[in-house]
Write a protein that binds this ligand. Structure first.
Ligand code: AMP
Length: 170
């Protein structure tokens, strides 16, 4: 299946100059959503993932069905102040703006194989901060999955040796 027709480009959102990739037509189409999750889950399985991590908020949309498909756990990496127990956190720069992400300190165990799932790889700041959080608890990131990769922002350079699957490139 080609996923391209399910992504709507929205110029100048949320700021002038940003070409926002709207994924809602894809997740709104049952067949396309299911097909995308299947491709993602196959890759995560190949990496022998023990758990899936998804960053707030669109990482939840794609990460939880991948985890469900594989029968493994999903761990949310959230905006600050949302998780109720002791957290570790990391700040980073976005393609537009700035962000901080937090994870429960004990959600991932040392030595676990982790695959990160998110909707889009832009500058790579989000995934880099997520990797730092995961590695700080002694777990290993064995793969990263994105529905969309913006090649011109070269975010994958921040991922070094980690295997990457992107279903669409712009
Ligand atoms: P980055 O940290 O720069 O790789 O940005 C990744 C996150 O920001 C993704 O999780 C997206 O949800 C969001 N994002 C960044 N740029 C765009 C864009 N052009 N269109 C849609 N979402 C974006």
């Amino acid at each position: 299946m080609t996923f391209d027709k399910y992504i709507k480009n929205v110029p100048d959102f949320p700021k002038p100059g940003i070409q926002f990739k709207d994924i809602t037509p894809l997740i709104g189409d049952g067949e396309a959503f299911k097909a995308a999750i299947k491709v993602m889950a196959t890759f995560a399985k190949e990496q022998k993932a023990d758990v899936i991590v998804g960053p707030d908020a669109r990482g939840f949309i794609f990460g939880t069905p991948v985890a469900y498909e594989l029968g493994i756990g999903f761990i949310p990496v959230r905006k600050p102040g949302k998780l109720p127990r002791e957290t570790i956190s990391m700040s980073y720069a976005l393609e537009y703006g700035e962000n901080t992400l937090a994870m429960h300190k004990d959600d991932i165990l040392p030595g676990q194989r982790v695959v990160i799932v998110d909707d889009l790889l832009a500058t790579g700041g989000t995934v880099e901060a997520t990797i730092k959080l995961i590695e700080s608890v002694g777990a290993k990131v064995v793969g990263c999955i994105f529905l969309i990769e913006l090649d011109f922002l070269a975010g994958r350079e921040k991922l070094h040796h980690i295997p990457i699957l992107s279903l669409l490139h712009y």
